[in-house]
Design a protein around this ligand. Structure first.
Ligand SMILES: Cc1ncc(COP(=O)(O)O)c(C=O)c1O
Length: 367
């Protein structure tokens, strides 16, 4: 008797078949959108980056890139005052770095921990690895529940600071208090640290189970280049180097990263400008009477109120739809009771934010 032939999909690992893939924010390809949905920087990268990319575009492309991004590691170690290049790992975006950390430290017996709501990639990476889960919920206050994390049994725990999507920052003191009670690997995901008041960098040389991940995507206007990095104990760096792709960061990205680091003044000014815009719009949202978390990131997380003073998920969805019809894209996380009445709005240019405010007025008058 002939056995029915399994389809090629049936041969896949069950946990991969069952996986719901990560859903990134929309990247519309048609023009005319005001894009405030994925926390990109509205301003261009430093002119030094542009010059380097223009000059070197074809020159270096026929050979492979430096497999360890050595020049970039060295510059980053100096920039952050770390003892040496062996404290730095560079990846194809910080997403790659986070992924390699899960592959290194998590399996069925070694749980991945993370806060929720937070960066929605963590649970997807956990399921990709088929690893055990140690998820801790924030409550609406968004205070850090240190005892719950300390006792959650995670082998590796991801803590986003400032958090996404709320923008709430975690103090260095709280991170240190957690490190004194938590024995697993603590990853502080500082994708938005350039817009924050505090970070965990100074703790790195004192806690060998701490590492910090960062990205050039937001603060350095280089999301399209895919450059992220980890700062931490050389033992962690060495482990990640064992399992990364041989040439994980391409030639142009390495050059762009180096060029960006050579112009710190430009990026300091950019961060200052974005923070000013953010703080002004935070106040404007308060004036509207919309609850908004104080943000240390380049976005605001706000709970819109309609003209009758109602909040809730239908209200947030209504504003999201209204803005979409006007080609203004923001982010709505409708699947969590702590986020479903909110919208996350990336800080755009002054002009973009003025158009957004006007759209809020029109919606409030019509809703
Ligand atoms: C908290 C957090 N971590 C990491 C990333 C990914 O950054 P990258 O572009 O470096 O992969 C993001 C992107 O939105 C993020 O919000």
């Amino acid at each position: 008797m002939k056995h029915p032939k399994p389809s090629v999909g049936d041969r896949a690992l069950p946990h991969v078949r069952a996986l719901d893939a990560y859903v990134p924010g929309k990247q519309p390809r048609d023009s005319g959108w005001i894009k405030l949905n994925t926390n990109e920087n509205p301003y261009p990268p430093s002119p030094v980056v542009e010059e380097v990319i223009r000059k070197s575009a074809c020159e270096g492309l026929k050979t492979y890139p430096d497999p360890i991004s050595a020049a970039l590691r060295k510059q980053l170690a100096g920039f952050f005052g770390l003892p040496g290049s062996d404290w730095v790992f560079v990846g194809n975006g910080s997403d790659e770095v986070l992924n390699l950390l899960v592959r290194t430290f998590a399996d069925r017996d070694r749980p991945v921990g993370y806060m929720s709501p937070s960066y929605s990639l963590y649970p997807v990476m956990r399921r990709m690895q088929n690893a055990a889960r140690a998820e801790i919920r924030y409550d609406r206050s968004m205070g850090l529940p240190i005892p719950a994390i300390a006792q959650c049994g995670a082998n590796i725990f991801f803590l986003t600071s400032p958090n996404a999507p709320t923008g709430v920052g975690i103090s260095t003191g709280s991170i240190e208090a957690l490190l004194n009670r938590f024995g697993g690997v603590l990853v502080v995901d500082e994708a938005y640290a350039a817009f924050a008041e505090e970070d965990a960098i100074d703790l790195l040389t004192r806690y060998d189970n701490l590492c910090v991940t960062r990205t050039f995507s937001k603060s350095h206007s280089l999301a399209g280049m895919r450059i992220g990095f980890l700062l931490g104990n050389p033992q962690i760096v060495e482990l990640l180097d064992k399992i990364r792709d041989s040439y994980n960061v391409n030639v142009l990205s390495q050059l762009a990263g180096l060029a960006a680091l050579s112009d710190p003044g430009y990026y300091r000014d950019l961060a200052r400008k974005i923070k000013r815009t953010r703080d002004r719009h935070f106040e404007a949202l308060q004036d509207r009477g919309w609850f908004t978390y104080p943000s240390q990131a380049n976005f605001l997380f706000t709970e819109p109120k309609d003209s009758r003073g109602n909040t809730g998920s239908p209200v947030a969805q209504s504003l999201y739809d209204f803005l979409s019809r006007k080609k203004i894209l923001v982010r709505y996380f409708g699947n969590d009771p702590l986020t479903h009445s909110f919208l996350r709005i990336s800080i755009g240019s002054e002009k973009e934010m003025a158009i957004l405010s006007e759209a809020f007025d029109q919606w409030q008058n019509s809703a």
